[in-house]
Design a protein around this ligand. Structure first.
Ligand code: HEM
Length: 453
């Protein structure tokens, strides 16, 4: 039976935009204030769209897991079909399921072990460019690094000098996303406004790179078992056809973009937090000293780098690179006892839920020690969901965890980062949660003998 209970609605700021103006002004604090003041299910209006903010872990589990069949991805992911097309992040139904089954083997445990050496090799190449006392933007450095790793491991390719092209193109995509999301009536993409023209250019640049990966592999087929080979050789179970170039491009583009930016952001936020918390950094250095003793970490070291993993979990709790996930109801249904009409957009914010004092005592504090086994067992499952959950759980979650652990331990044994006095870094929510204006820091060589500061 469908419930008739309706969630509370906060006063609207404007007749036309509803709550959109307050949301636009400060997305992160908007999520928190709405949840804390009006409860776990809040009814909002963004222009003509009915939006519910869902902030209780049990309700989120209903949406993402138990009742997932009742939902598709939300409108924001369809705002810009030029970029991701019908790839894994945006596709639905049987098509999505078929593609997911196809892509999944590239992220199996045995495959991850193969990727590990490429992850540390790329990290060492990056470190070879660094000089002590240099100032660098750590966010840009992490982005360059994870981009190289995604290209090498998933596509067997080298992006070399194209890192800047990808970086600039991503900036255009993020800016464009924000404009479109914030607009009541986004300008159709076929109208050549300056913003749309920049977007088309940016997509064209990314396409050139992706099509080059595909073309190189087609013209020089090699016995590789990476993601690109899996995609190139996959055949449809029903008609036996291979993916056409457009499908290949959509999947490859999705994995290329989803596979590097989020990880780079999580790392940038982690370095930022460590620069403010020397005692936590000290404990990390001790762990690396004990487990690795100065050598490069390997896949087999991963289970023993437990404190490193806790630091990453805690960093993604405070600064989740994906700070909100959304769904749209296909039919009327009930979530948390509330009636949810068809076509309602449900937003679930990691930023708000992961800072909720009901689930995380002293929620604003960076405290990796909280992640004991006991805590993880007793915490409501969806109080922490940096990788989403249910069938649409991030396909690259273990890839990302491994990559982050290896990068932190490889870099952290040789360098630390020192933020200039007075440097202000604030979270800037676009499609992902970016540090603004980046993470400017001075590279400091660690004393190798003591492994200390
Ligand atoms: C710290 C790093 C990462 C974070 C925080 C993250 C976060 C997420 C989240 C929250 C979702 C679910 C979105 C939703 O339910 O609407 C997702 C999905 C996805 N992620 Fe990640 N991700 C990360 C790394 C990666 C990596 C390394 C890859 C690939 C190499 C990847 C590929 C994908 C794909 C393809 C999906 C769509 C899966 C599907 O719907 O079947 N992600 N990610």
């Amino acid at each position: 039976m469908v419930s008739t209970l309706t969630p509370p609605m906060p006063p609207r700021v404007s007749w036309l935009g509803g709550h959109l103006d307050s949301f636009r002004a400060a997305r992160l604090s908007f999520f928190v204030e709405m949840a804390r003041s009006y409860g776990d299910m809040v009814r909002l209006r963004f222009g003509h769209r009915r939006v519910y903010l869902v902030s209780h872990p049990d309700f989120i589990e209903e949406v993402l897991v138990t009742k997932n069949h009742n939902f598709i991805k939300h409108f924001a992911l369809r705002l810009n079909p030029l970029v991701l097309g019908n790839g894994l992040l945006t596709s639905e139904g049987d098509f999505w399921l078929r593609q997911r089954r196809l892509v999944q083997p590239a992220f199996n445990r045995s495959r991850l072990a193969v990727y590990a050496p490429a992850m540390t090799a790329a990290t060492k190449r990056l470190m070879a460019e660094w000089r002590p006392d240099q100032q660098r933007d750590i966010q840009v450095e992490m982005m360059r690094l994870t981009l190289q790793i995604a290209a090498a491991t998933l596509f067997g390719a080298d992006v070399g000098s194209e890192a800047q092209v990808v970086h600039d193109a991503l900036q255009v995509l993020q800016d464009n996303f924000l404009v479109r999301f914030n607009s009541l009536w986004p300008t159709p993409l076929w109208i050549p406004t300056p913003g749309n023209r920049r977007l088309v250019q940016a997509v064209r640049r990314l396409d050139e790179i992706i099509y080059r990966f595909i073309h190189e592999r087609r013209t020089h087929p090699v016995a590789k078992h990476d993601l690109l080979s899996i995609l190139l050789h996959a055949r449809d179970e029903d008609d036996g056809n291979r993916m056409n170039d457009r499908q290949l491009r959509d999947e490859a583009m999705t994995l290329f973009l989803a596979g590097h930016e989020t990880t780079a952001l999580a790392l940038a936020w982690t370095w930022y937090l460590l620069a403010q918390h020397p005692l936590i950094e000290r404990r990390l250095v001790d762990e690396w000293h004990q487990v690795l003793g100065g050598r490069t970490p390997t896949f087999d070291d991963w289970p023993r780098l437990t404190y490193t993993e806790k630091v990453i979990l805690e960093s993604m709790r405070l600064y989740p690179p994906a700070y909100v996930v959304g769904r749209e109801a296909l039919t009327d249904c009930t979530i948390g006892g509330f009636h949810v009409p068809r076509k309602t957009t449900l937003l679930m914010s990691q930023w708000a839920v992961q800072r909720d004092p009901r689930f995380f005592p002293d929620p604003e504090a960076f405290r990796p020690e909280r992640w004991t086994d006991e805590f993880q067992k007793t915490m409501p499952k969806f109080a922490y969901f940096p990788f989403g959950g249910g069938p649409r759980l991030c396909v690259g979650n273990w890839f990302a965890m491994l990559e982050m652990v290896l990068i932190l331990a490889t870099i952290g044994q040789r360098f630390r980062f020192c933020m200039p006095a007075g440097a202000q870094v604030t979270p800037h929510p676009t499609f992902t949660l970016r540090p603004k204006p980046g993470v400017p820091a001075v590279i400091v060589a660690r004393d190798a003998r003591a492994g200390s500061h």
